[in-house]
Each structure stands twice: as structure tokens, then as C-alpha cells.
Write a protein that binds this ligand. Sequence first.
Ligand code: UDX
Ligand code: UDX
Length: 447
Amino acid sequence: MKNIAVIGSGYVGLVTGTCFADLGNSVICVDINEERVHDLQNGIMPIYEPGLEEMVRRNIAAGRIRFTTSYADALNDTAKPAELVFIAVNTPMGVDGEAELRYVRSAAESIAKTMDHSLVIINKSTVPVGTGDWVSDIVKNTQPTPIPFSVVSNPEFLREGAAITDFMAPDRVVLGSLNEEAAQRVAQLYLPLRGPIMITDLRTAEMIKYASNAFLATKISFINEIANICEALGADVKEVAAGMGYDKRIGRAFLDAGLGYGGSCFPKDVKALAHMANVQGKHPQLLEAVMMINTDARRLIVSKVRNLIGNNGTHLNRLEGRTIGVLGLAFKANTDDIRESQPIDIIRMLQADGAKVQAYDPVAMKNASQLLQNVRLCEDTYEAIAGCDAVILATEWNEFKNLDLERMHKLMRTPVVIDGRNLYDPQAMSAAGFIYRGVGRGYATAN
Ligand code: UDX
Ligand code: UDX
């Protein structure tokens, strides 16, 4: 059992803290957002993550986790002084694509000002290579009196919607530090999970995170490029991905063609890696292509809508008089997160063409309503489908996978379905009377 403090109670910090508590540690989570802390103290979650609420409540009841806004409370509890402190604040995208580090700086400064005993400071946020050294300098320069500490990089690899499983059954745990003993102390925390633990230097650990996310993003852009070629040549990308995936060197994961990647990590991390390369005078050509293909994936969906139901207007009114239903607003299923959400981008493009949009998502509507204007947010799937000239399947929620096709057909003005997640079989949809377009499903509809 260790005493752990976690700074930042967002997706990463909250899942990390709760899982460590569940493993028997004593955890205190700090967040600057008072309302969030108050809610968490009462078992109310700030995010939708399957299984999280039950786990938080259970560990609050067992006295293994608590929430505070006070660094002193978290670090210097006399009964349980923290030995290890995780920084898990957000690192949003800055104006030039660089990672924005002001929250990490603020967390490092607060730790330095507050700590009254030796600590291991562990960075979980995705931060540019070299940030560990920078955090170390900040702490050293901010401490009122010198107290020993070490910095360890421990990047997170948690997928939203599957974060608890990803934490509890990691493919690997990466630890980077110039102080082997500090890295070993963090490694102890992960031993019960029985996953491989890799210890390396700070900068290499930070790079492993960026390289991993950039590689996964590259897989997605690769398959989207293949999908585009499939459409022109009449091949089916789903079968192509399955056929490729049997090769162990390739693997089937992250070869789903569709709307491209969204979310709080891939878009920001690929951009930040390219930015780091450019700053060093390198030319990240592959990363640039990955980003361009990703932007195109969203545009191609809108092109399909225009080709099927557009009128002959200029691009500003090509969808004037058309109503389009969008099923799904989150950037993927099982999350209410709409950061860099592809459906939201697509809705904006449709609106710019003059279309009326109505939409439904099982959990992301509240978040989406803050970003969208003039979109009719519907109570359920069929309300979003009713009266539409086309429906776009934009998020792969389970409840969109077995729609009542007869009911859907009757409700729509024209039975056009653009399946941005390749959830349906093209032949079956055709047989059910729909004009159906998936992504890369063997139709010459690329433009
Ligand atoms: C994380 C990572 O840290 C980021 O680097 C990674 O790439 C994606 O996931 P995330 O957990 O998604 O970020 O951030 P968010 O859900 O926005 O939560 C951050 C929390 O930190 C918020 O609750 C915020 O109030 C808190 N915070 C922020 C602090 O407590 N102190 C600060 O100074 C800034
Ligand atoms: C990602 C990383 O996977 C995780 O390790 C961590 O670093 C945080 O970032 P997350 O953003 O939660 O996780 O979602 P992920 O499941 O990786 O999907 C990212 C995006 O790619 C989603 O928009 C998803 O729809 C898209 N995607 C994923 C595809 O388009 N095709 C695929 O085959 C897989």
C-alpha cells in the first residue's frame, strides 16, 4: 500500500487515481475545479466512462480515495504523507500545434511550493520530449528550501470508453527516469497488474507515447487512403482490412476506415510531434500526410451527401432545402467526449452548404449542445431520422447497429444512408431499399 496524490481529476487523472485505489493504495485526487471536486466527493462523475462511477463510489466508501482542492491536504497529510504524486492535468493544443504546458507548469509550481518531504513526481500527461527535465527545473527553482525529489515519466495509454480495462490490463507500462530507484518505486505500483514494465530514460519514455499515438493514427489514415482507392476500384475495404489483419506483422486493430480519428489525443499528439520535428529542422512528411488524409476523411463524407442529394447551387447552397440526420456526436462510441469530434465538423460543413441538420447521440448531446448552433437535437434515433433526405451514421454506438430498417425507410423523405462507420452490409441495405454508401465499400463514389 502506498500513499498517492493525483493532480487533475479529468479522464486520465480520475481513472488512474481510482484504479490505484482499487488496487489497495490510499489516493488523494486534487483538482482546481471546486465544483468538480464537490461532485466527486458525492460520487457524481464529471465524465461518462463505463464502470467508473461504481468504482469511485466503492473506493470512497472503503476510505481509499478522497478528493480535494488543496495541495497541502493532498501532499502533506500528517497521517498519510504522499510518497508519489502523479501530474495528470490537461495539455491542450497550442496555437501552432504545440502542446500547451501552462497547466503542467502550474501543477509543478504548486507541488514545489507545498511539498514538505521528499517525493517522486510522475508525469502522466502527454508532454513534449524534454518536459520531464523542464518540470525538474521548475520544481528545483520554485522550492522555498531544497527538498529532494525525482521526476518519472509514465505516459498513459488509456482509451476513453475502455479506460479501466486499459489500466487494469496494460499491454505495457512505460517508465522513464534518470533515477532508476525512483522508477522502481513507481514500478512497484504496477506489479499487481502483471503487464510488461519497461524502464528507460525520461526523454525516450516521452517519445514512446508520441510515437505510439502517431503510429496508430498512421494506421487509421493508411486504411482511409486504401478505402478511397477501394471505392474507385470496386474493392471492399472491410474485407481488405480483415485480410491484412491476419498477418501478425500488421494486426487487425486500428484498421477501421471511416471518418478518420478525432478525440482529445490523436489530433493533438500527431500535430505536436510534427511541431517538435519542425522546430528541430526535420521534415515530418509522413505525419503531414496522415493529418491531411484525416481531414479529407471528413470532407469525403460531405461530398457523398452532395453527390447523392445536392442541388446545382454553388457550394454555399448545394444542400439548401435538404434535411440531414446525424446519428452520433461523440468522436467514438462509449464516451460523451466531443473534443475534435468528426461528427461536429461534418455538421458544420453541411450547415455551410445550407442543409438543415437534426442529430441524436445517447450520451454526448449535452456537451455537443454547447458547440453546435441551429441543430435540432432529438430525443431518440428515429426522431433524428424522420423527414430526412439523408442520414449519416457518425458514431458506432451499439444502438445504431441494429436499426429497424423498415421503420427508418418509412420515416425518411429519401432513403439515403451514408455509413461513416461501415456498420451495415451494402447488399442488405440495397435490398432494404436504401441508397447506401459506406466508406471504401466497393462503390465508385469517391468524389
Ligand atoms: C489527459 C492528459 O493529461 C493529456 O495530456 C492527454 O493527452 C489526454 O488526457 P484529460 O485527462 O483528458 O487530459 O484532461 P481533462 O479531462 O481536461 O482533465 C484535466 C483536469 O485537470 C481537469 O479536471 C482540470 O480541472 C484539472 N486541472 C487543470 C487542475 O487540477 N489543475 C490545473 O492547473 C489544470
Ligand atoms: C487514444 C489512444 O488509443 C490511447 O492509448 C491514449 O493515448 C489516448 O488516446 P482515444 O482517443 O480514447 O485513445 O480513442 P481511440 O480508441 O484510440 O480512437 C481514437 C479515434 O480514432 C476515434 O475517433 C476513433 O473513432 C478513431 N478510429 C480508431 C478509427 O477511425 N479507426 C480505427 O480503426 C480506430
